[in-house]
Ligand binder design. Sequence first.
Ligand code: NCD
Length: 306
Amino acid sequence: MDKNNFSTNRLISIDDVNVEDIYLLYQLTNDFKQLINRPAKKIPALKDLTIGNLFFEDSTRTRISFELAQKRLGADIVNFSASNSSLKKGESLNDTIQNLLSMKLDMIVIRHRVSGTAKYVFDKTKIPIINAGDGTNEHPTQALLDLFAIWNKGIKSSEINLLIKGDVLHSRVAGSLTKLLDKLNIQYSITGPKTIQRKTWESKYVDSSTMDLSQFNILYNLRIQKERQHKILIPSVEEYSDFFGTKINQVNENTLIMHPGPINRGIELDSDSADSNNSLILEQVETGVALRMAIMYLLGQQKREA
Ligand code: NCD
């Protein structure tokens, strides 16, 4: 593969990748998906690199997915989580980062509850950074893996009509997904209680509580993110579920059900839809490892060339 094709040395936002980058990333994701389904799942592509996983906010799926991807590529890993770090002793983010850099990290994966943190750390360090979710801003690897999982089902861009449902206001997943779909001219709408929508996406809004959903072939469910809501924005989760929760009787033969996880069964979707054959949720998770391998592989090449 031509080493110079990937145009960016970071993935902080979907803005960092162009359409060619996305196709290159997906070609590699495809290769790595095959690799991780073989008995010998590892290649030593990143064996000379040390990657720091800086998780200042809780995570299960994303953290494990990045870590597994790094192990499959043979990288050395340093794991940092805020709950057992010197941040608890009053150290600033900047000092933490400077200390970690003195230990010669080559790449950083970062999750933080404050929007803009990934960009801040990149500006300070200039080493390849992958944003694993910053506040309510972006979560680019999630959006990229979601679209790969859709295409992998044999659905072409022109056939997609996706409905994003739920707490869009606090969702960094929606922040990245809408940018990715816009970049590739893919059709989508957004729904949910008006109190948890964003003004910027007003033109995409539909009231799904009163409409037939059969025109949409993908229902993308978002979690009600109570931990990011600083006031009461919906009357109750039960009412949310009644009006906006995905129910199996709304799901046609060809409808795909998606969710970035963690899912709250019975709130944003019922168990019958989460566990149905229409659900892509576990494939999203599987794709995540391959896609993260692909992005770290490409950024690793950039790092060596720098
Ligand atoms: C998402 C996140 O943390 O932004 N989860 C994930 O990364 N898979 C969505 C969420 O928390 O609801």
